[in-house]
Structure formats: C-alpha cells, structure tokens
Design a protein around this ligand. Structure first.
Ligand code: CA
Ligand code: CA
Length: 454
C-alpha cells in the first residue's frame, strides 16, 4: 500500500488532521455510511483495448463530498493494467483517511485491496490478477485538490499464455421472459450456439413483466474446474449486463439462490475449452411485491407469484408454499368451480361424465375378457412421485406390452427427485447409477422396460 510519500506530506497531513480533526471525523463518518449513493463521476472514455477516466472537473479541483466508483471489466482471459497521469494531486492525510483513491483486485467493494492512495505523487502502475478492477475515489467535505486521470489497457492474462492466440468466442445470447422459466447450460448445445469443444461466454437476458422482479433458484450446478474462476463461472447481474450491476458470481462447489431488485436479470456462463462439462440449471420466477393482486398467489415472503405457478410441480416461492397441500387446493378449486357454474352446465357436464364412464366400463370389460381368454398375467407397477405429493400412478400392462412413458414425464420425475435429493424409486435405480440426469434417465427407462417385460 502507498500512503503519503514524503516527510513533508506526512507532516502536512498531520497538521491538517489536527487542525480539522473533529470536523473531518464527522464528515468521514457521514460520507462512508452505506446510505450514501455512489455514482460514477468525472469523465470516462471506453474503447475496445482500454479507456481513460478522471476525477470530477479534472484537471480543475474536484468538488467536496463525492464518492465515485469505477469498475473496469476485461474480457475472459484478459487482465488490466492501470496507469495514473503524473498531473495528480489528492488531499494528503495520514493513512489517506480523508480524500483518497482505493483500488481493489476484483469486481466488488469487498474484493482484495491493492492500495489506498492520496498526496502529490501519482500511484505506480497497477496490474489486476483477473479481469476486474474496482476503483473508488472519495472526497470529504473540505480541502479539495486537482484529482487524477487514469488510463488502462487490457493485456493477455499470463495464466493462459500457453494457449497462444485464442480463437474469438462464438456469439451466445438468449432472451427469456414470462411468469417462470428454466435457464440451463444445455441450451447452448441445443440451440447450436457453440460446438462441444469451444470456449463459451453466454448471456441469458430474463425480462419480467412490468412492475415485477425476479427470483432465481438453482436446480442444478456443477463447475468442472471448481474454484478456478478464470476457467469457469456462473454470474448473475441485476438490472443490466454491465459490471456495476454484477450481483453474484459462482465458481466454487456451491451456488446460492438470488433475489433480484429489478425486472431484468442477466445470467452469464463462462467455460473454457477444458470446462465444457460445467453445467447449471436455474429456475426464474417473476414476482410482485405485496399486496398481492387477484390473479397472484402470496408466497409468505414478500412475493406474489402468478396463480398458474401454484401446484405446477416446481417450487417457485423461496419456501415451497406454492407446492404444499396441492390435493386440498385442487379439491377446493373444483368445489369453487362447481358452485360458480349454472345448473345447466352442471347437468350437461354430468351427462357427459356418465357417458364417458359407461364407455370406459365397456372398454375395460372388453379388455378383461380378452386378457382372460389369452391367459396373460397382468403386471402392475406403482410409481410414486414422492417429491411432488401427486397421487400415486398405476400402470396395468399385459405381457408383451411395453410401458409407454413419455420422456417429459421422466424428466419431470427426475428433475424433482434431483431437486429435493430424494432417490429414485428403488425399482428404477441400479447400483451403477451415475451422478448426472441423462445417465439416471437411461438407467431408469431401461430397468423399467426390463422389469415389465420379464
Ligand atoms: Ca478533501
Ligand atoms: Ca410452483
């Protein structure tokens, strides 16, 4: 860290400190409170290879009571070099307690600090270890100076120098919206955005309906090179895809759910050529704040979600209020419908139901007679969709018949069992089941068919 460089500066700052100690202390306390809004200020010119930014009014005096944040972002596999112009002056003080520039190695105000600078001597060249630098300029309520001008360049990250000249990354963006949806890494391959061997830097833009915000819940997450953030990560932005709106970045073994403040969420996935097995699956739910309107459901946690998301098999609320007591809710809604419907409609519906029951009974009798005449045995298996609390489903099959389960149904069952960590029904698991859904799906379908045909 660099503080005042010369004895003169230290003495000067000590004098200033003692002369204005009480006022300065008060000012610092006030201006560093979290309630003060930090804004970008001064000028900032950006171009493909770097940029230049300055303190407000530079090279004239900066104004008092300012806090400016500058977050520089380089592309994956690039670093940042930051140079301060020699025409530089920031009010000197002991440990740069008053006006200062603070530089951090990362995208956040809590990233590791590189240095805090003030005085007359411009800071040395600063190099980032990754692709972000977080820079704060702070001016307190009195004694202003010229300020600073800083220039930065993007340079190749030395961690990747063995790879030589890198190929440009494929364009990879997705647009999504509505009351809910699933953002998942498999979309990259499904929609042909990149080949399996290419590095990817993909963005999903999620736009919630007007006056809505977004809640993001991870259904699946695994980084192939966990804790190697330069090689793979999943990032969440809140409001835009600019680095200032970066809300969370995941590259370790766990990822947390994220509540956004805005109705525009951006999910970004970076995976280099050797990390393409990294994967994630995220459920987004659009919600409004209470009081809940007529067509919404109250989640008990400051969320009103669309009624269509209640009992749809996916947990949209922070706690699973939308998927609790679904049997009772269905009964209640049926009763509501009946009471709200006119007698004529009830009559017509009853007739149709009776006719359908008669037809179904006839079909069942015919099938029974046919089976008895062939002397076939009937196998009945039960499939319990435990996580969903849905009714148990039974399938009656004759010998030689294959079980017709749609892939969609399996995906839904598997997705739910994966979510809540509940194993598959024992009849569909083998001891060699792998950790990924496709393997489980294959094993489950195969064993189901084998069992029913044996
Ligand atoms: Ca000052
Ligand atoms: Ca739901």
């Amino acid at each position: 860290m660099i503080y005042g460089r010369s004895l003169f500066h230290i003495v000067a700052s000590l004098i200033i400190f003692h002369l204005s100690g009480a006022t300065k202390k008060g000012t610092e306390k006030q201006t560093t409170s979290e309630t003060q809004k930090s804004v970008q200020c001064g000028t900032w010119t950006k171009h493909a290879e770097g940029g230049i930014f300055t303190s407000p009014n530079y090279p004239s005096k900066y104004p008092p009571d300012r806090e400016c944040i500058y977050i520089i972002e380089a592309a994956p596999r690039q670093c940042i070099e930051l140079y301060f112009d020699e025409k530089y002056s920031i009010e000197p003080s002991w440990e740069c307690k008053f006006d200062h520039i603070e530089v951090r190695d990362g995208p956040f105000g809590f990233s590791p600090i590189i240095g805090r600078f003030c005085g007359q001597q411009n800071p040395p060249v600063i190099k980032s270890s990754g692709r972000f630098l977080w820079i704060k300029f702070f001016a307190d309520g009195e004694l202003e100076s010229m300020g600073f001008s800083a220039r930065y360049n993007f340079t190749p990250d030395p961690d990747f120098k063995d790879l030589g000249v890198l190929k440009p990354l494929p364009a990879c963006e997705f647009e999504m919206g509505g009351p809910e949806g699933i953002v998942e890494s498999v979309q990259i391959m499904k929609e042909g955005k990149a080949s399996a061997s290419e590095a990817v830097d993909c963005k999903w833009y999620i736009r919630a309906p007007p006056r809505s915000k977004i809640y993001l819940r991870f259904l699946d997450y695994e980084m192939q090179n966990s804790n190697e953030c330069k090689r793979n990560f999943v990032a969440v932005y809140d409001g835009s895809s600019s680095v200032g709106d970066l809300k969370a970045k995941f590259c370790s073994t766990v990822a947390n759910d994220v509540m956004l403040r805005t109705g525009l969420g951006v999910i970004r996935m970076w995976a280099d050529e050797g990390s393409r097995n990294s994967r994630f699956q995220m459920l987004f739910t659009s919600f409004q704040e209470p009081p809940c309107e007529g067509n919404t459901f109250f989640c008990h946690s400051n969320m009103c979600i669309n009624n269509t998301l209640v009992c749809n098999g996916l947990q949209n609320c922070v706690y699973p209020w939308d998927e609790n007591h679904c049997k009772e809710k269905r009964k209640a809604s049926l009763l509501d419908q009946l009471t709200n419907t006119s007698g004529t409609v009830i009559g017509v519906t009853s007739c149709i139901v009776i006719i359908l029951i008669i037809i179904s009974v006839i079909v069942q009798i015919k099938r029974l007679v046919k089976n008895m005449s062939k002397g076939n045995r009937t196998l009945t298996r039960q499939f319990s969709r435990r996580c969903l609390n849905l009714p148990i489903m039974s399938y009656a099959l004759s010998e030689g018949q294959e079980l017709q389960l749609t892939l969609q149904m399996w995906q839904r069952t598997l997705k739910t069992t994966t979510n809540c960590g509940d194993p598959l029904p024992s009849a569909f698991t083998t001891t060699t089941v792998g950790p990924t859904c496709p393997v489980r799906r294959a094993a489950a379908v195969t064993s189901a068919q084998e069992m029913l045909l044996s």
